[in-house]
Design a protein around this ligand. Structure first.
Ligand code: ZN
Length: 355
């Protein structure tokens, strides 16, 4: 048996057999070596987070593909997001799906938005976090309702311009959640605006346009963590009263589930819609992801000059699975990611698969 490849220092090694046909260079059985880097900030650690994201969305994507929706091709693209990584010297190149629901792409997008809007938010003297809502709507009304909501926000600003009032400076984000028990949708807007007067003005104008919405359902608070705004536009799991349990007399919803059909409805509804947009003169930050992105690996992390790492599911011990990018020639694992029991459960909580 060939010796295990030399890995970066401070790694824990684990070995097992991998069949010889994978590499094609050697007729002997190879040694698979996994590494768990102890360097927390290295490229491998960042890929470990990506492996976790890729694993977490795997089952949901399978369910979405089975729906045969108009977005089927895009869901399939996400299944292949960062599927293989080409390493050339110290550069690691990946191909992205660029879809709105992809956890891998959203991690990159969130980073871009935070660094792009940070300065504008820091310049606000009294940043306020505003939530504007309307009563829930049915699936077939969702797209039109969201378009109308965005139109109304623009109208509020246009009126200020017309009346020679100072424009509201801010960033708005469109979000939508699914109500399992009523089988309807809750589109809403989150905004960070520059001061309390503007926040109150927005709420007043919003309620004029949506008289059936209640004041109580609109929220204004000091923006303590403005970067929260840049997290995912749609929560991928939803609560249901069916999952309520009582602990010490207190009712709590234990587990949230994925509802692929509802998510597909939301994803179809937001096609070509801008999720995050600045207003009042703040410059737009692009959250476009390059289709192919190259990352420089840190010194000491490189084990081979030129390698193809492929996303692989492997049983490394009976009943123990790893999901990782594996060097097809040496069997080395890039990140050493093993899903925890909790991560398995999360990815498998999928309901309404067929209906
Ligand atoms: Zn992606």
């Amino acid at each position: 048996m060939k010796a295990a490849p030399t890995l970066i220092q401070n790694t824990k090694l684990r070995t097992l057999s991998i069949s010889k046909h994978i590499c094609g260079k050697d007729n002997k059985t190879k040694t698979v070596t996994s590494c768990t880097s102890e360097s927390k900030n290295g490229t491998r650690e960042s890929y470990r987070k990506r492996a976790k994201a890729k694993f977490a969305q795997n089952r949901l994507l399978q369910a979405l593909v089975k729906l045969e929706s108009p977005l089927k091709k895009q869901y399939e693209d996400t299944q292949f997001c960062s599927w293989s990584l080409l390493q050339n010297g110290n550069t690691l190149t990946a191909k992205y799906c660029k879809q709105r629901w992809c956890r891998i792409c959203n991690r990159i997008r969130t980073g871009k938005l935070i660094s792009g809007y940070e300065k504008a938010i820091n310049e606000m003297l009294q940043p306020q976090f505003v939530t504007l809502t309307i009563p829930n709507v049915l699936a077939e009304e969702l797209r039109e309702t969201m378009q109308e909501m965005l139109h109304n926000i623009r109208r509020i600003q246009d009126l200020r311009r017309k009346n020679k009032k100072e424009l509201i400076k801010g960033i708005r984000k469109l979000e939508c959640t699914y109500n399992v028990d009523n089988n309807n949708y809750h589109p809403h807007l989150h905004l960070i605006v520059d001061n309390i007067e503007n926040a109150l003005h927005l709420r007043k104008e919003w309620l004029k346009r949506y008289p059936t919405a209640t004041t109580k359902a609109q929220d204004i608070k000091k923006a303590k963590e403005p970067i929260e705004l840049f997290k995912y536009f749609a929560k991928l799991t939803s609560k249901s009263k069916k999952d309520t349990i009582t602990i010490k007399g207190k009712k709590i919803i234990r587990d949230e589930w994925h509802y692929p059909k509802a998510l597909d409805t939301i994803f179809q509804a937001i096609t070509n819609m801008r999720i995050i947009q600045p207003m009042g003169g703040i410059r737009m930050v692009s959250d476009e992801i390059e289709e192919v992105e190259a990352v420089e690996m840190q010194a000491g992390e490189i084990t081979e000059d030129r390698t193809l790492w492929k996303w692989t599911r492997m049983e490394t011990e009976p009943g123990k699975y790893t999901f990782d990018w594996v060097d097809q020639c040496t069997g080395e694992m890039l990140t050493g990611f093993y899903p925890t029991e909790r991560e398995w459960k999360y990815s498998n909580r999928i309901r309404n698969f067929e209906t």
